[in-house]
Design a protein around this ligand. Structure first.
Ligand code: FAD
Length: 433
């Protein structure tokens, strides 16, 4: 009987260390250096953050998503989930622990598909946390449906020339390189006709037209770039994986990224519950504490139950990834986790906000940011609706249609069969007595 919900004591000790470290040292970075996680370190920030990274390395918790060949511990996804739920409390924590999106996913695909030269040039510094990367896939006219992408890469001698537009390329303005998805053969299906390129950010022809911000951020100071690739020339060695492999590579990347977001969301939602409970116990109105009001008790109970269900689902999915070591096999559950994630965070953050009254909606508390973050989660890495479609298709694979006029579960026939089966034990009753 291998089901086990306990963490081994040695790793639990590391988690306890991480929990204390994140609360004491890392969460304050969110307030001291807000929104600067993806700006390369210099000056005071480097002095503050490098020693923290060093302490993480000393604990063997740096980049734990990686195998030992890439400088990680090879802990696997389940252990990463337990760590990530701690890191989810702070925007800076993934940077300090060397496991921030989108760089984790980008590192993963370079590790998987990159040539030795590409690994040396991009992967090493990425894993050392010394540079940032950008994943440039979505286009202004098409996001959820990559078959509609039009950004084109054409051969010119040994080089490729990339032309087109990309939208929502996160961190493009601070990234050292971009991973660009482009059509290399328009004559075959998009699934075989697109390729990925590793493009240094200073390559001539990359024009960041706008840095789009999320709601509430100042104009043109956001992190999500609209980019015009205008005759961007790269050598043959910039191709990542084989020609036509972009879809396969994208699936590898996004599978991992989605589950990592979910792991961190557990931590963020738990933080909202912590704050809701403290407030409920501390605030009195109409003759009793908020904690004594049944509506508020309902908020707390619903939030606890919702988070527990979500957490177990995420941990189970992480366990499946470790077991099968094949994202395709776990696709259904990764997509289902992605579907549930925005609702869990939204509902819990919303209740916590409500329990805080007017203070809850101010910029002095984090709840509105969480609610907004939940909305973003329903889009980034693919809209909820698309993932629901994936889940449904995968679920339906396990079923077959019936050609009978009545469904298999039609009860009159089942009853007849059941009565036949147990005829010898059934008493024959007559009339109404
Ligand atoms: C904060 C953030 C960061 C991002 N970072 C990156 C990044 O770094 N790199 C990158 O390439 N992209 C990034 N994206 C883009 C993201 O991947 C796209 O937003 C997403 O794929 C959806 O594409 P779209 O916005 O064009 O919406 P559309 O494709 O236009 O879809 C709009 C809506 O239509 C509905 N819809 C679409 N398809 C279906 C369907 N099949 N069935 C039912 N309904 C459907 C859904 O309601 C969907 O929300 C980011 C997005 C956000 C919000």
């Amino acid at each position: 009987m291998a089901w086990d919900f306990e963490t081994d004591p040695a790793y639990q000790a590391k988690l306890d260390w991480a929990d204390e470290f994140v609360r004491q040292e890392v969460e304050p970075l969110d307030l001291a250096f807000p929104h600067l996680q993806f700006v390369p370190l210099d000056g005071g920030r480097r002095k503050a953050i490098d020693p923290l990274k060093e302490r993480v390395r000393e604990q063997g918790l740096w980049a734990t998503h990686l195998g030992p060949d890439l400088g990680g511990q090879g802990y696997g996804q389940l252990r990463l989930a337990l760590l990530n739920e701690i890191l989810g409390r702070s925007s800076w924590a993934p940077i300090v622990f060397g496991c921030q999106a989108p760089d984790t996913g980008n590192a993963e695909i370079i590790a998987h598909y990159g040539t030795p030269e590409q690994k040396e040039r991009y992967l090493r510094p990425l894993l050392d946390g010394e540079l940032f990367s950008c994943y440039s896939m979505t286009e202004p006219q098409a996001g959820a449906d990559p078959t509609q992408f039009t950004t084109r890469a054409r051969r010119d001698g040994d080089d490729w020339i990339i032309d087109g537009w990309k939208f929502f390329s996160s961190n493009a303005s601070t990234a050292a390189f971009l991973i660009v998805m482009a059509v290399t053969n328009p004559d075959v299906s998009a699934y075989q006709g697109m390729s990925m390129f590793l493009v240094p950010a200073d390559t001539p022809g990359i024009k960041i037209v706008r840095n789009v911000g999320l709601y509430g951020e100042p104009d043109n100071e956001g992190q999500h770039a609209l980019i015009h690739y205008d005759g961007v020339r790269v050598p043959a060695g910039a191709l990542l994986g084989g020609e036509g492999q972009a879809f396969v590579i994208a699936q590898t990347r996004l599978g991992g990224g989605r589950i990592h977001h979910a792991m961190r969301t557990i931590g963020l939602a738990r933080k909202a519950i912590d704050m809701m409970c403290e407030r409920a116990l501390s605030r009195e109105t109409a003759g009793s504490r908020l904690a004594d009001k049944q509506f508020v008790q309902g908020y707390i109970a619903d939030s606890y139950a919702q988070l527990q269900q979500f957490r177990l689902f995420v941990l189970y999915t992480a366990w499946e990834i470790d077991k099968y070591n094949d994202y395709k096999k776990v696709r259904k559950d990764i997509a289902a986790v992605k579907v549930v994630m925005p609702t869990v965070l939204h509902d819990i953050a919303w209740r916590a906000m409500q329990v805080h009254g007017a203070l809850g909606v101010t910029n002095e508390m984090p709840f509105f940011g969480m609610v907004h973050g939940a909305a973003v989660m329903g889009l980034a890495d693919g809209p909820t609706e698309v993932h629901k479609g994936t889940v449904a298709k995968q679920v339906l694979r396990d079923y077959r249609p019936t050609d009978d006029m009545w469904p298999t579960g039609w009860m009159p026939r089942l009853r007849e069969q059941a009565q036949e089966k147990y005829a010898q034990f059934l008493e024959h009753e007559v009339g109404n007595q």
